[in-house]
Ligand binder design. Sequence first.
Ligand SMILES: Nc1ncnc2c1ncn2[C@@H]1O[C@H](COP(=O)(O)OP(=O)(O)OP(=O)(O)O)[C@@H](O)[C@H]1O
Ligand SMILES: [Mg+2]
Length: 430
Amino acid sequence: MDNTDQEGFSVDQVIGNSPRIFRNKSLVSVGTVPDEDRIVGRQEEITNVVLSLEDVIYNDVPDNLQIYGKTGTGKSLVSRHVSSKIAERAVENNVHATSVYVDCNSNNTITRASRALYFSIFDELDEKYGIADQSSTTQPPKRGVGWKTYTEELWGIVDEHYDGLIIILDEIDLLEDFNKLLHALSRARENDEIDTYISIVLISNKTTQFKSDVNQRVNSSMGGSEFVFSAYDAGQLEDILENRRDAFEKGVLGPNAIPTAAELAADEHGDARKAIELLNKAGMMARRNMDKTVTETHVKEARDLVEADLLSKSISTLPDQAKLVLYTLAKKLDGRTSSVSTSQVYERYQTVAKDVESNILGYQRVSDLLDELEFLGVTISERKGRGDRQGIKKDHELNHKPTIVLAATLAEDRRLQKLESVSSPEDILQ
Ligand SMILES: Nc1ncnc2c1ncn2[C@@H]1O[C@H](COP(=O)(O)OP(=O)(O)OP(=O)(O)O)[C@@H](O)[C@H]1O
Ligand SMILES: [Mg+2]
């Protein structure tokens, strides 16, 4: 078959012709959970988490735990790693224990979170013992039941099969009504619903906001230890990256690529995710340019791209309308003033919504969405004056360069790409 099109372009000419940059790209993909020997610079944190949870291996009462710290400081990594190690060790000690991880960003309602919790444990038990086929097991439906159905069913299977259970609720601040779920989980044993020892590990990068939202009752029944993971310095980030050097073919990384990625990420706030992404994207850029070496220039050029990419991930779970509002804000702030008022945003938003043929929300809803964006840390809003008929007046700023926010919103919404007449969000960053 002829695979050459009219312009003489042949796919075969492209395939396999770029320089070999990566040997094992997954090592610089942030979704990959690295092996223990690649975790560096968190010994103290690991020890603290181990000490809080380790009673599980002796079939005794573990601590509850709250882990705070800025984004990319290894909170998710360390807690997942330690808790699965503890569960493994418990099993070696003939204590039936397991750990379960719930991402409250993608399971952000109490029903979704308790369903995720239930089915993770159910699936694990089913894999081990084939419980789905046992007549004594009745699985709750996946839809149409309230969260309590899942927690009640959960206690049934947990009590029957486990002595110890570690529940990690990651990004807990993003879970609506988390107080209700935490109350139910922390009281289960006291209420005689189970004999299993449970440890609840809460993780958040919004310490102050989260803590002020936890109610008194939950606070007193949760108790436990609290740790703050500090940001990495450039040296630690360099170690983390050095430990993943084998993601690249030998000799491909220029001498300054890793130190530059580490420095740039340390400058921001010491975010390991950013450091890893920078190196990954720098490699991709080198490959695209047909360069055989990844240099500090590639790393620097990758900077905006990485920031836009990380931002688009963090806004990906927002409703479409919130993305429209964010896009509007970025357009208003692109190259002009540093802040705009809610009513200025609203005025422009109506045009944007019309242009992308979306329904147009009322002023108050848009104002609420702006609050949501601030909560996520994408914007900073400041109250001004005493408000008027339309409610409280606020001014809004972006926490990123407007072009980065534009690229991130475009990546999330194809209608906006059309509006900007670009074929890829990266075009905005050129
Ligand atoms: N000490 C470390 N050693 C090796 N890799 C690390 C280390 N800390 C973090 N990483 C890597 O950096 C990325 C971010 O880490 P992690 O997801 O644990 O951050 P986090 O504190 O949970 O951030 P967030 O608050 O944004 O969820 C992951 O890909 C992780 O593998
Ligand atoms: Mg995390």
